[in-house]
Write a protein that binds this ligand. Sequence first.
Ligand code: PMP
Length: 406
Amino acid sequence: HAPLDIEAIRRDFPILAQQVNGKPLVYLDNGASAQKPQAVLDAMDRYYREQHSNVHRGAHTLGDRATSAFEGAREAVRGFLNAASTREIVWTRGTTEAINLVANGLTGRLSKGDEILISHMEHHANIVPWQMLAERTGASLKVIPVTQSGELDLDSFQSLLSEQTKVLSITHVSNVLGTVNPVAELIAQAKAKGAITVVDGAQAVPHYQPDVQALGCDFYAFSAHKMFGPTGIGVLYGREAVLDTLPPYQYGGEMIERVTFEKTTWNTLPYKFEAGTPAIAEAVGLGAAIGYLNSLDRKALEAAENRLLALANGLVDSVPGMAVIGTAANKVPVMSFKIDGLHPSDIGTLLDQQGIAIRTGHHCAMPLMDFYGVPGTARASFAFYNTEEEVEQLFAALRKIQRLFV
Ligand code: PMP
């Protein structure tokens, strides 16, 4: 790998080189969705120009090209996650659909007295499907508390975990706090109690390459758009022995083996979970995003991201009344914050006038907002293509806003 050249990396992301509101764009909303490198744009363009047809239909050359591009992307995902087989890689629309697929599939398996364990720092996508599963089955939802610094309360986890725990579904990385949870440890303990383990990897994959076999989880969900791939596609990894026991999620073409009016049988993994024509170009785009990430030195990227976070942490005191929410020792470069006397949405609007994009609001984590007693936060989330200069611009703008409006 060549030494890290952030300016060269930035040139791979054409959207970054623009002015917004008369100022150079400073894109610090990567946690909501990351930008796309040229390699992804090219792969999708080439797919539509040269390869497109429906997949798995055989019979003609374009169909074969489309199928091999599509299945090649599945293999890229398998490699990215270190899954044992492509049978374990199911395409979904994203993290949300992946978690819904699992929660729906467990409907027949839970009943009154069973427990589903999640945490207080989950995104709504990893709360509501479980809440609905509990409602359908009579099972109850248990919640691992978080500490003030934004870490899971591991003592409480120990006491909440029991033989009644049928499912542990936990986020790898918090989208609000940036906390990296010790998921391997939690999974090992939950498995010892016989629970099915699910990891919400949406915020982990932009920063790390998870190894699902090392983690030992049964399911791992993520979205392509947060890891520099297209919208509209995501992945459910399912350990084959467990995935195969789930019933189909949707019904129609592709997912069947044989259909008669009397009875239908299901296709093999992973197709059993992929009803209808899939998001083919998007799969190809995700494959290209993985190829792009593989071409970079991810350890060096991680180090660069950590430098951005350290720089940001060091500048917090330069803004009067600013406080960070989420100060875990092990966190990705995500900074949720509040500033005395300013509403988060005003911070967002005023920064946008300076060309700086952040996210404000509840971040689809209302229970966590309630825990911290805030209506929402402002959140700057960094990617490897962000620069130290951009971090400094953010803080200069925050100081100015604080001076003028408080
Ligand atoms: N979980 C977490 C931790 C997230 O940050 C997000 C996206 N904000 C999701 C789940 C949902 O992802 P998607 O909207 O792509 O399905």
